[in-house]
Design a protein around this ligand. Sequence first.
Ligand SMILES: NC(=O)C1=CN([C@@H]2O[C@H](COP(=O)(O)OP(=O)(O)OC[C@H]3O[C@@H](n4cnc5c(N)ncnc54)[C@H](O)[C@@H]3O)[C@@H](O)[C@H]2O)C=CC1
Ligand SMILES: O=C(O)[C@H]1O[C@H](OP(=O)(O)OP(=O)(O)OC[C@H]2O[C@@H](n3ccc(=O)[nH]c3=O)[C@H](O)[C@@H]2O)[C@H](O)[C@@H](O)[C@@H]1O
Length: 436
Amino acid sequence: MKISVIGTGYVGLVTGTCLAETGNEVICVDIDVNKIENMRKGVVPIYEPHLDVLFERNINAKRLKFTTSLKEGLDHGDIIFLALPTPEDEDGSADLRYVLGVADEIGQLITDYKVIVDKSTVPVGTAEKVHEVISKNAKVDFDVVSNPEFLREGFAVDDFLKPERIVIGSSSDRATELMGKLYKPFVRSGNPIIIMDEKSAELTKYAANSFLAAKITFMNEVANYCEKVGADVDKVRIGMGTDSRIGKRFLFPGIGYGGSCFPKDVKALHKSGKDEDYDFKILEAVLKVNKKQKLALLPKINSYFESNIKGKTFALWGLAFKPETDDIREAPALDMINELLANGAKVKAFDPEAMDNVARKMGDKIEFANSMYDVLEGADALVICTEWSIFRTPNFNTIRELLKNSVIFDGRNLYDLHDIEKEGFSYYSIGRKDIK
Ligand SMILES: NC(=O)C1=CN([C@@H]2O[C@H](COP(=O)(O)OP(=O)(O)OC[C@H]3O[C@@H](n4cnc5c(N)ncnc54)[C@H](O)[C@@H]3O)[C@@H](O)[C@H]2O)C=CC1
Ligand SMILES: O=C(O)[C@H]1O[C@H](OP(=O)(O)OP(=O)(O)OC[C@H]2O[C@@H](n3ccc(=O)[nH]c3=O)[C@H](O)[C@@H]2O)[C@H](O)[C@@H](O)[C@@H]1O
């Protein structure tokens, strides 16, 4: 089939590449001229495991092409995916300017039947709005379908190729049939294509993300309570998670959820509720708790240094909002850095993939190091913000030699309490006993 994808970010590029991998002819469109030029030269613009192999293979097979021309994209595709940003607006709602802006151009440019697919995360009623905007100018027939994306960064290729489900919101048989044909290769394992109306599909996405954010937040509250009563959240987590009604996943406490989606999507659903005079009380609590949780290590740091961190140097492991990505949007590490700097401390950081992005955002406010050990030299303490695998089994002797004090503040509970005690560290984590 002939497919066009508008917007080549984490979702658009993975969608385009994976659809090319199943034999479709794909054109990806972006307004970022540099990005398109680089992709034409074979440069993958983001760090996403396994994407490079598929990217190269499909470019070589001439199934994956890139352009800055929306007209070229629209002329090519029978199905047009919109994978455009829907960032947080000032009032917390999803900013639809990119989606509706492109919809407006689509209305002016299409010359034959197209299925326009909302892959971006968009509030209930957006498919209807997109339809209205395109209708203003379109002289040909078209359908708008909602097809929310559930991939996770770091596992995006795997999630896209082997989805647990595909949700299609459509009220057109013609469009539904085309979408079914496109996705057939991805559901051979028996996972379903779930067809529903557009509004329900749009809400499914927000409800799923908000539920997961609430699940993490609930565990963060349990962790905070564990600290008060002397329980161990790791044991509680395992005890709870073995109940299949609860499940083992997304129960890991830490310094809050971040990323390009949970924070903005929870806010957007909360705001959509308000607009309909519905008070989403759970979401309000999730937002409040997560904001505070991002700084959960700070009281521990202050207590260790007797509220005097001015002039101290903190070595940070992990900047990305989670491992296996270079994405730093709403990363808890950034909140931690800002707070440490505001209190007069210095920060040196190491991350396997995200340092360039942080350098672009923070300039020379912090220092960067070339390795997880270089960053420790002369620092007063180690603070762990992201659970990259390489941080899980470090050489504790080297850490002890390089740090001024043998102290670790761990926002991701990487180490076993007995092991770290034997290694002779003071160790502060989330929802577990402090090792002093
Ligand atoms: N990042 C993720 O893991 C997931 C994101 N989503 C949703 O997918 C949507 C896209 O997210 P990301 O891929 O993360 O965004 P992104 O910010 O990584 O990429 C968006 C791309 O769109 C391009 N763009 C902006 N305006 C354009 C225009 N007028 N024409 C063509 N290209 C244009 C930008 O240059 C950029 O390359 C959002 O609604 C997000 O909530 C959904 C599931 C997962
Ligand atoms: O809409 C989206 O963009 C995507 O948002 C999330 O994916 P992603 O943000 O890539 O990452 P997650 O693995 O879900 O992690 C999100 C945040 O929650 C935190 N988290 C996750 C799991 C956990 O147990 N504890 C926890 O604190 C992570 O550290 C991270 O900061 C969802 O998992 C995807 O299904 C969805 O498509």
